[in-house]
Design a protein around this ligand. Structure first.
Ligand code: NAI
Ligand code: MG
Length: 484
């Protein structure tokens, strides 16, 4: 661990401050159970202070011209890149995911996203509109104002980036509330932003708990928008609370994403895709392919190969390069995962691999890669988001059955389809109710491609320039009489 990179106070107005009541909470390395540090715990008063700092920064931030804003975002990308090893190690210590994932996948994608939105910063523009009468009518695309970003623990730095990069690019100021389990990389992000020249108050980071710091941000009347990623349950609370001050809300919530394998699929690729689809990131991925829906004609062969794929998901020290399955983020989450394993067993699904709590050198929150076969679409493990390395394999008779089963959920975040028949692939892509569909691949993301949910997986999109403009700007229509 890079001790030098550990920051543990509130980041307000480009300064480290303690919580007003002096309160702190522990952030823990889930692979060892060790306390990394005590972090200042923001209460409502601290959140309000951060919001006031953001409000105070707006006048100066407005004067920073768009090219300069673009340059600041680009410089922040450079700073993240220059500190990639440190940020990767920090993320792994806080979250438990393999260092390979944080350092080689998360951090590079974060750099790319800041660069992509650096490119947007000087292209946020309005239009001139042909209207009736002697008028010039044009639109201004203006920032929404203060954006409150509330992010989860599964991809801490990535989720902070998905929200803050487009919000800042569009000229907003930000108060970021990272998840209490994993606040460290967000705090370092705030500091790096100051180092490259972001003015005080433009990006504030207030670690703390959801019911206190998160709720205070949603309630604060001076916050104009809330960009939230987390559970569907809390998403509903956020929307309800935000109604009092009519904030612009966007919600990226849970999922129970289907990974549909048709009989004519390339079995080897499908097994590989199903395996990484559920076990990447320990299954703590909102788009995890947690329901693997397989045509009966290849069902037995698939289940056998999938169990073998699961057996290769080596549990180990997240810092070891051979580790494929890291530590579950918290004791609480581990218990939740294990309770779903028990539910799968008691509801009569067939456990074909894993399902055990384990440890590394006698420590840590580890679970083996778990595959349940013969799962009925109505079972708990087929309906509820587990957010752990647990796959539910569901046999289906044909394509119609596959589509019906895939859509038999309250969620609609993502889906995968495995087939060699392009006609079938595109047809299913149209029929499945999900914000992202992957054909013969899984878990692909790009700064330019919008990501978000259908149904109870939320609304609003992250990534992509159009989604950024929708979420982080508002349109003003200006009328000018031209008949003098
Ligand atoms: P959560 O939804 O409670 O946490 C997400 C964020 O919301 C955190 O920053 C948290 O502090 C904040 N928050 C919590 N309550 C709040 C409130 N009343 N007002 C404002 N902000 C609040 O998720 P949790 O409890 O950590 O995980 C529970 C389950 O949620 C997981 O097992 C998983 O199924 C799901 N989840 C889904 C995520 C996704 O990416 N879609 C991410 C995290 C969790
Ligand atoms: Mg932690």
């Amino acid at each position: 661990m890079h001790e030098d990179a550990v920051r543990n106070r509130l980041w307000i107005g480009n300064e480290w401050v303690d919580a007003e009541d002096g309160g702190t909470f522990q952030t823990i390395n889930p692979a060892t159970g060790e306390v990394i540090t005590e972090v200042a715990s923001a209460q409502a008063a601290d959140v309000d202070k951060a919001v006031a700092s953001a409000r105070g920064a707006m006048a100066e931030w407005r004067k920073v011209n768009p090219h300069k804003r673009s340059q600041l975002l680009w410089r922040l990308a450079d700073a993240i890149e220059a500190n990639a090893d440190e940020l990767g190690a920090l993320e792994t210590a806080d979250n438990g995911k393999p260092y390979f994932e944080s350092r080689k996948i998360d951090v590079p994608s974060v750099v790319e996203i800041f660069r992509y939105f650096a490119g947007l910063a000087d292209k946020v523009q309005g239009a001139t509109i042909p209207v009736a009468g002697p008028f010039l009518n044009y639109t201004l695309r203006e920032p929404v104002g203060i954006v409150g970003c509330i992010t989860p623990w599964n991809f801490p730095l990535s989720m902070a980036t998905w929200k803050t990069a487009p919000a800042l690019a569009c000229g907003n100021v930000v108060v970021l509330k990272p998840a209490e389990q994993t606040p460290l990389t967000a705090l370092r992000l705030g500091e790096l932003a100051a180092e490259v020249g972001f003015p005080p108050g433009v990006l504030n980071v207030v670690p703390g708990f959801g019911e206190t710091a998160g709720a205070a941000l949603v309630r604060n009347p001076d916050v104009d928008a809330i960009a939230f990623t987390g559970s569907t349950e809390v998403g509903k609370i956020v929307m309800r609370e935000a109604a009092d001050t009519l904030k612009k809300v966007s919600l990226e919530l849970g999922g129970k994403s289907p990974n549909v394998v048709l009989a004519d699929a390339d079995l080897k690729s499908a097994v590989r895709g199903a395996t990484s689809g559920i076990f990447y990131g320990k299954g703590e991925v909102c788009a995890a392919g947690s329901r693997v829906i397989v045509e009966r004609a290849i069902y037995d062969d698939f289940v056998e190969a999938f169990a073998k794929g699961a057996s290769k998901m080596t549990v180990g020290d997240p810092m070891d390069s051979g580790t494929r399955l890291g530590a579950i983020v918290s004791e609480e989450q581990l218990e939740r995962v294990m309770s779903y394993v028990e539910a799968g067993k008691s509801e009569g699904a067939r456990l074909v691999h894993g399902g055990e709590r384990t440890d590394v050198d006698g420590k840590g929150n580890f679970v083996t890669a778990t595959v349940f076969a013969d799962v009925e679409p109505g079972m708990k493990i087929a309906q509820e988001e587990i957010f752990g390395p647990v796959a539910a394999v569901i046999p289906v008779d044909d394509i119609e059955d596959a589509i019906h089963t895939a859509n038999h959920t309250i969620y609609g975040l993502a889906a995968g389809i495995w087939t060699r028949d392009i006609g079938k692939a595109h047809r299913i892509a149209q029929e499945i109710q999900a914000g992202t569909v992957w054909i013969n691949t899984y878990n692909q993301y790009d700064a330019a491609s919008p990501f978000g949910g259908y149904k109870q997986s939320g609304f609003g999109r992250d990534l992509g320039y159009q989604a950024a403009l929708d979420k982080y700007t508002q349109t003003k229509s200006v009328w000018v009489a031209v008949d003098g």
